[in-house]
Write a protein that binds this ligand. Structure first.
Ligand code: C5P
Length: 224
């Protein structure tokens, strides 16, 4: 069977990574969470007090950042490593989420991440989720999915996820963060979030996980 590239873009917390993981497992493809890369870069900038309004400082910092996805035999998932440290868990923190969109809007940061993402897709057989994967990273991908879901559902989902780790978190905080990220992500100058012309829209507000997988797989099987 021929291998293809599947891109999944869309708003924050509308289930992109869940679908991407399902598809990768089903098809035996590699799954890449591009957002984890922007989150790891953000973590590095925060920890090292990088002044990201200064282009030179950003460029210098990027030279010291090594990103890698490593497969974890226990969780059966690939996890984000920043300079050999497993950061998969800490990058999900709201502290990172509060700054990530600002940092992901920087041109040099995007070039740094996009080059590595394109390299990962060279052999195809990959599912990558993010904001600009179908428009910028793999404009020629065979299957492009654009995901949406009702705002309220997205906030509840992300709240549940974050609450498990931090019971002090409020629904307001989560809602504000999602709205802020979606606004910045869709209004930035460099590769803003938008639906590719040839993307298929998947709204998962009312359908379950099994159904969304079935639908996406039916699209895959039209192609391979
Ligand atoms: O996917 P996730 O919500 O973890 O992504 C975190 C942030 O990283 C997004 O809000 C966005 O600012 C940035 N991002 C991006 N381009 C991508 C993936 C993520 O700008 N391809």
């Amino acid at each position: 069977r021929k291998k293809i590239i599947i891109t999944i873009d869309g708003w924050s917390s509308c289930g992109k990574s869940t679908l991407a993981k399902q598809l990768a497992k089903e098809l035996n493809y590699v799954y890449i969470d591009s957002g984890a890369m922007y989150r790891a870069i953000t973590l590095y900038f925060l920890r090292n007090h990088v002044d990201w309004t200064d282009t030179q400082e950003v460029q210098k910092a990027l030279e010291d950042i090594q990103l890698e996805f490593r497969y974890n035999e226990n969780s059966l998932q690939s996890e984000m490593y920043l300079n050999d440290e497993n950061v998969e868990y800490v990058i999900r923190d709201l502290v990172v989420a509060e700054k990530v969109s600002e940092i992901a809007a920087i041109k040099d940061v995007r070039t740094f991440a996009v080059n590595q993402q394109q390299e990962m897709g060279r052999k195809k057989g990959i599912v990558m989720d993010g904001r600009d994967i179908g428009t910028v990273v793999f404009p020629k991908a065979e299957l492009k999915i654009f995901m949406t879901a009702d705002n309220k559902i997205r906030v509840e989902r992300r709240f549940k996820e974050l609450f498990e780790k931090n019971p002090n978190i409020t629904i307001e905080e989560v809602k504000n963060n999602l709205e802020m990220r979606d606004y910045i992500d869709s209004h930035r100058e460099v590769s803003p979030l938008r639906q590719a012309d040839d993307a298929r829209v998947l709204d998962n507000s009312k359908i379950g996980m099994d159904e969304q997988l079935k639908l996406a797989l039916s699209w895959v099987h039209e192609l391979i």
